[in-house]
Design a protein around this ligand. Structure first.
Ligand SMILES: O=C(O)C(=O)C[C@]1(C(=O)O)C=C[C@@H](O)C=C1
Length: 200
C-alpha cells in the first residue's frame, strides 16, 4: 500500500481528549512541523475558527522543549517528524504515549539566498540535519556545498541566510517568505510521517 498524503495510522489522536487543545511542536514560524501541527489541529476540529486554531499551535526552539511543555501540561499534544533523529526519546519516555500518526507532505524545500545576494560556487549552506541530504540533490550546477552549517530548524536556517551568516539555506517556502529569501533551486516537498504524543 502506498501511503497517501493525510493518511492516518490509528485514529486515537482524534479520540483522546487532552486537558488542553494546544499542540506543541518545533518552531519558529515557517517550519514543516508548524504546518503539520496546523493540519492536525484542522483535522481534530474541522469546523473550528481559524484564528483560534492558529493560537492552538505553540512553537518551541526544539522538540525536546515542546516535549517538556507536554509533560508540564502547557500543551495537550506533541507533534514530531519521524525524520528527526531524536524521535526515539519520545517513544521511550514512559510518561508519554503515542496517540496516532499521520502522513503529511512538508511544504516545498529548496535552496534559498537573501534577495539579490551573490552566491559563491562553493557556498556555506545552513540546514537542519534531517533534510541535509537534499542539499546535494537540490543545489543546482555549478554549485557544490563547501560546508553544511547545522541549524535547529529549517526556519532558523532561513534566518541564518537572511542574516548573511551563511551563503544560502535549505529551507521551506513559508520560512523563505518570512525571511525574504529567494530560491535558486527547484523545490520539492518531503512525504513525512508525523507522530502525535500525549501524556500517559
Ligand atoms: O525544521 C523543520 O522545518 C522541521 O519541522 C523539522 C524537520 C525534522 O526534524 O525532521 C521536519 C521534517 C523535515 O524532514 C525536516 C526537518
Amino acid at each position: 500500500m502506498i501511503l497517501e498524503r493525510s493518511h492516518w495510522l490509528g485514529l486515537e489522536a482524534a479520540t483522546v481528549r487532552p486537558a488542553t487543545p494546544v499542540i506543541g511542536t518545533l518552531g519558529p514560524a515557517g517550519t514543516s512541523s508548524e504546518e503539520a501541527a496546523t493540519h492536525l489541529r484542522a483535522v481534530l476540529d474541522p469546523d473550528g475558527d481559524p484564528t483560534e486554531a492558529a493560537a492552538d499551535v505553540r512553537l518551541y526552539d526544539s522538540y525536546e522543549e515542546a516535549g517538556e511543555a507536554l509533560t508540564a501540561g502547557e500543551v495537550g499534544r506533541l507533534v514530531v517528524a519521524n525524520a528527526y533523529a531524536g524521535v526515539n526519546a519520545f517513544y521511550m519516555n514512559p510518561a508519554l504515549e503515542l496517540a496516532g500518526a499521520f502522513v503529511f507532505d512538508t511544504p516545498r524545500y529548496g535552496i534559498a539566498r537573501a534577495r539579490g545576494r551573490w552566491v559563491p560556487p562553493r557556498p556555506r549552506v545552513a540546514t537542519h540535519p534531517a533534510p541535509a541530504a537534499l542539499v546535494a540533490e537540490l543545489l543546482p550546477t555549478p554549485y557544490t556545498a563547501k560546508e553544511l552549517v547545522l541549524m535547529t530548524s529549517t526556519s532558523t536556517a532561513a534566518r541564518a541566510a537572511r542574516d548573511l551568516d551563511t551563503d544560502v539555506a535549505l529551507t521551506t517556502e513559508p520560512a523563505a517568505a518570512l525571511h525574504e529569501l529567494e530560491f535558486i533551486s527547484r523545490t520539492r516537498p518531503i512525504r513525512m510521517l508525523w507522530s502525535v504524543f500525549v501524556n500517559r
